[in-house]
Design a protein around this ligand. Structure first.
Ligand code: ZN
Length: 207
């Protein structure tokens, strides 16, 4: 896992995890034909239509202004034999994990011609007060996303570490490596040189 670090770094390293979780399901940008509002929220309910051998499944959205509904197609005219009974039960029980999976599925949303409006997020894991006191020289920070989201790693670092933009820029110059620098990945790794970080942190707090 740490083969990209030299041995002396690995010996002084502590690994910590942050997990980014959405505070709600994303809404979607779509024009309402009733009231001309431009946003729909997920009702967290499926609509299932099965007759004879074929099945349709939709995820129901509601206009945030007038409550008009819009059905997002999940499955269209699919042979019932090809849907596992486990999956079919989840549709009928409005399984929230499955609903979340679809609500964050950019490919599915695109197919339905709507654009995702990202929800507010929260970052779980050790914060600045904990990190600053670690005895190690380096912090190997793994940032995980529970669902695929377009996030700015810089923004997450700035908020979770309670630091200014200027301080973050200093960190990026000297303390931190971010990789991969690719917003489509679900995991970011950040290596923080804690000795430098402490020095900058206490200097910036004092000034
Ligand atoms: Zn409306």
């Amino acid at each position: 896992m740490l083969n990209y670090y030299s041995d002396h770094i690995a010996a002084n390293i502590i690994t910590i995890d942050w997990e980014i979780i959405p505070l709600d399901l994303p809404t979607v940008s779509k024009k309402c034909s009733t009231c001309k509002n431009n946003e729909f929220e997920c009702s967290k309910k499926f609509r299932v239509n099965s007759n004879k051998k074929l099945s349709d499944v939709w995820l129901i959205y509601k206009c945030t202004s007038c409550n008009s509904t819009w059905n997002m197609t999940v499955i269209s005219r699919k042979n019932l034999n090809k849907i596992s009974s486990d999956l079919f039960d989840k549709y009928q029980q409005n399984n929230i994990d499955l609903i979340s999976q679809y609500a964050f599925d950019k490919g599915l949303l695109k197919k339905n011609k709507v654009i995702i409006i990202p929800p507010l997020i929260q970052t779980l894991g050790p914060d600045i007060k904990e990190i600053i006191n670690y005895p190690s020289k380096y912090v190997d920070l793994n940032i995980k996303l529970r669902y695929p989201l377009n996030i700015s790693v810089k923004k997450i670092l700035k908020e979770k570490l309670s630091i200014t933009v200027r301080f973050l820029e200093e960190m990026l110059k000297q303390n931190v490596f971010i990789f991969p620098d690719n917003h489509n990945n679900t995991i970011f790794k950040v290596l923080i040189n804690l000795e430098n970080f402490r020095k900058y942190y206490y200097t910036s707090v004092e000034s």
